[in-house]
Design a protein around this ligand. Structure first.
Ligand code: 3PY
Ligand code: MG
Length: 279
């Protein structure tokens, strides 16, 4: 993977830490690192590895609000925007995450347009939604004055709906068209569990693979980007070929485990020299 450009600040006139919907692009995949561990040093190290952005996972990861505050700041230190994946129905945390400078929020299990609208209501300012005013940390992190932030926040912060159930697939066009929703993000693990009626967790299952094009097409019709979580680099390469705008890799604990395994196997594969090799 190539290293991410650090050009967001110069593109927008804003400090690093901004991920506007249009920066996901359509011809140029955006690589996002999924983070379960809210330790600032972990977030910063992963963000500096070359990803374009990170996602702090408050659904299945260990991230609480304090972890969001610290994680957003750690990512900003590395010049990278941070998204936050919310717990189920945790739209209030979405608005708080944006208040402390998250560049976007991801809502899991959005099954229909009504739920997508409730999500948008919480995280977009009027007239699009009903987000309550209070970007206490976002102003400083982004380097914006109050009115400037109010004017630009709806465009600068992303609201992404996860498509990961059969019902979401049935309603994907209506969900994608919801005003203020910036894009779709497929959870292929949950989608496989749902589409096989709980028989398997397998993002390569034919029913999941068939669903990918359906979601991509709905996003395209709505003029919005489609993103996806990739369990492995080879899934990620396939998703790049299929035209996903953002691909999330991880989580951090998997990076750590594979790095540790590689370090250990490098030790055993190293040619024997020194003490034990005679002399
Ligand atoms: C899924 O694949 O279901 C996800 O939510 C990705 O983390
Ligand atoms: Mg999921």
């Amino acid at each position: 993977m190539t290293s991410a450009s650090s050009g967001r600040a110069s593109d927008t006139g804003l400090r690093p830490g901004v991920l506007a919907a249009d920066s996901l692009g359509f011809g140029r995949p955006h690589f996002n690192a999924w983070i379960s561990t809210p330790a600032p040093a972990v977030v910063e190290a992963v963000a500096r590895a070359g990803f374009h952005s990170v996602t702090l996972d408050a659904q299945h990861g260990f991230v609480d609000f304090a972890g969001v505050v610290d994680g957003v700041a750690a990512a900003a230190l590395a010049g990278r925007p941070a998204l936050v994946r919310l717990p189920l129905g945790g739209f209030a945390l979405g608005a708080r995450a944006l208040d402390v400078g998250a560049a976007g929020v991801i809502a899991p299990m959005i099954d229909d347009a009504d739920l997508a609208r409730t999500f948008v209501d919480a995280v977009k300012f009027p007239p699009v939604g009903r987000r309550s005013w209070g970007p206490i940390r976002a102003l400083g992190l982004l380097g914006l004055e109050r009115d400037d932030y109010l004017d630009r926040a709806n465009r600068l912060t992303l609201a992404l709906a996860m498509i990961e159930t059969g019902r979401a697939l049935e309603n994907v066009d209506e969900i994608a068209q919801v005003e203020g929703l910036d894009g779709l993000l497929i959870g292929p693990n949950d989608l496989s569990v749902a589409l096989t009626q709980g028989a398997t967790v397998d993002p390569a299952h034919p029913t999941v693979v068939a669903a990918l094009d359906r979601v991509l097409a709905a996003a395209r019709r709505a003029g919005k980007p489609a993103a996806i979580f990739a369990n492995t680099p080879s899934f990620a390469s396939d998703y790049v070929r299929r035209g996903f705008a953002m691909i999330s890799l991880g989580p951090d604990v998997a990076f750590l485990a594979s790095g540790a395994e590689r370090a250990l196997s490098d030790v055993f594969d190293a040619p024997a020299t020194g003490a034990g090799s005679g002399g």
